[in-house]
Design a protein around this ligand. Sequence first.
Ligand code: ATP
Ligand code: MG
Length: 559
Amino acid sequence: MNTAESKTLDFVRQIVVDDIESGKNGGQVHTRFPPEPNGYLHIGHAKSICLNFGIAKQYGGKCNLRFDDTNPEKEETEFVESILEDVRWLGFEWDNLYYASDYFDQLYEMAIKLIKAGNAFVCDQTTEEVREYRGGWNKEGRVSPFRDRSVEENLELFKRMKNGEFRDGEKTLRAKIDMNSSNMNLRDPAMYRIRHTEHHRTGDQWCIYPTYDWTHGQSDSIEGITHSICTLEFEIHRPLYDWYLEALEIHHPQQIEFARLNLMNTVMSKRKLLELVQGGYVSAWDDPRMPTICGFRRRGFTPESIRDFCDRIGVTKTNSMTDLAQLNLSIRDHLNKIAPRRMCVLDPLKVVIENYPEGESEVRSAINNPEDETAGTREMPFGRELYIERSDFMEDAPKKFFRLTVGREVRLKYAFFIKCHEAIKDVSGEVIELRCTYDRETAGGKAPDGRKVKGTIHWVSVEHAVNAEVRLYDVLFEAEDPSDVAEDTDWKETINPNSLIIMNNSKLEPSLAEAKVGDRFQFERNGYFCVDRDSTADKLVFNRTVTLKDAWAKEKARK
Ligand code: ATP
Ligand code: MG
C-alpha cells in the first residue's frame, strides 16, 4: 500500500478511490491535463499536472496530455513545445498526446447531430445583440429571433458557415437550452464562431472554431476520460458540460473542480505573464523571477521540489493564497540533501595575513556535504591573501556583531582563526583591505589554549579565485496580491524595483571553474545557487535559487 493512501486522501482522490471500489468505469481511472498552448506553463499548472498525472500513476490509470487548441489567434507551436518539455521535466510522461483540433471533424458531426435533434440553431445576432438578449443575474433573457429556424435551414446555414461563405462574427451556432436559466452559461451558449484565421495545426482548413465549452467535454468523452479535473471557475460551466454530453448520449466523464493555486507576490495568468515578457519587465518567459516552470528550472529549482510543494499544499475546494515561503521550504529541503557546498564571496573585501609567508600557499580540506557522507571532501587553496564577504567586516562593531572588526578574532571555515588589526581605506573612506594575523595552532578550528571565537566566516584565496557574476532575486511584486488593485491602477505598478540585484565581482573557490550550466550548489552562508545559461568561457553566471533562511518571511511575521 503506498504512503499517499495511508494518509487522509484529498477530496478528488477520495472520489477516484470510491469510483474504483464501486466498479464505476470498469474500475479504471483515466485523467487528462488540458493546457491551452497560448503561453508557458506556470507553477499553477504544476499543481494540476501533479494532480492529474499523480492520480493516474497512483491508481494504475492513464493520463493524457491534450492541447486545448481551439483559439487560433493566440496559439503557437513554440508554446506546444515548451509545454511538452515542462511536463517531462516535472517527471511525468503522458499515455497519449492529443490535440482538441484532432477532433474538429468529430465535433462538427456532433454539432450536426444536435441541430438534427432540434437542440442547436444558427444565429445571426451580433455580439452586442447576443449580450443584450442574454440578460443578467436578475434580468430575464430574451430568445433570439433566429431560434426557430427549421432543422433544414440550420443544417444548410451551418454548412455554409463551414464553407467560408460568411464573414467573422456574421453568424454563430448556438445550443438551444434555456434563456431563463439562472446559470448564464445555459442561456443558449455559442458552440461555433466564425474566424477566418490560420490555425497552428489545421492551417486554413477551418474557418469556424468550436468554443471551449463545446470542445472540452466532448474531447474528454472521445478519449474515455473518467475524471475531468479542473479549477473552481469551471464549476459554473459544469451544467453545460453535462448538458452537451447528455444531449449527445455519449460517454460522460465526471467533472470535478478544485481550488487553483495562487501564490503571494506573484501573478499567474498567462495573459499577465505575456505582458511582463512583452513589456520588457522581465528578460524572457524563463526569467528566474517568473513563476513559470521554465523560470523555476532556470532559477535552480528541482522537479522533486516542485512536486513536493504540490504535495504539501494539497488539494481543496476553497481558494486561498499560498505563501512563497512554502515553495522555498520544499526547494531548501531538497537542495540541502543534494547540493555540494562551495565557497563564494559575493562582495569581496581583501584580507592580507601578514604573518603568513609571502609566495606560499597550502590546501585545506573542506566537506562537500555534511548531509551526505558519500559526497566526500575537496581541497581549497589557502594563502596570504584572501577574500572575505564585505558584510563580514564592520568598523566600530556592536558587541553582538560576531564577525570581523578591528581587534576581534574570527574563524575562517576549514582554516584558521584570524585577527584584524587594521582596516585600510581609500580616499573616499571606504575600507579596501584588512590587515590581519593568523594563528596556525587553530588549524583544527579550535585554539589549544581554549580561547573562543563566536563567528565563522567563509573565504576564497585571492590567487586562486575564479570571477563570477551572481544574480540575487527577490519577489517580483511588492504587493501580496498584485492582481488585487483598484480599477484605475496598473497591476504592474507594484513591481519590486529590487527584484534583481547583480553582483558582478563575486569570487569563487577554484573548484567551481568546472561548473556546468544547471549545476546546483550551496554557497556557504549565502544560499543555494545554480549556473545560468548566460555563462561564458570567461565568466560564470550564477542564479540564487533561494536563501538559506527566509529573512523576508520573518520580517513579515514581525510586522
Ligand atoms: P491562466 O488563467 O493562467 O492562463 P488557464 O486556466 O487559462 O490559466 P489552461 O492552459 O487552460 O490555463 O490550463 C490547463 C489546466 O491547468 C486547466 O485544467 C486549469 O484548470 C489548470 N490550471 C491553470 N491555472 C491553474 C492554477 N493556478 N492552479 C491550478 N490549476 C491551474
Ligand atoms: Mg484557459
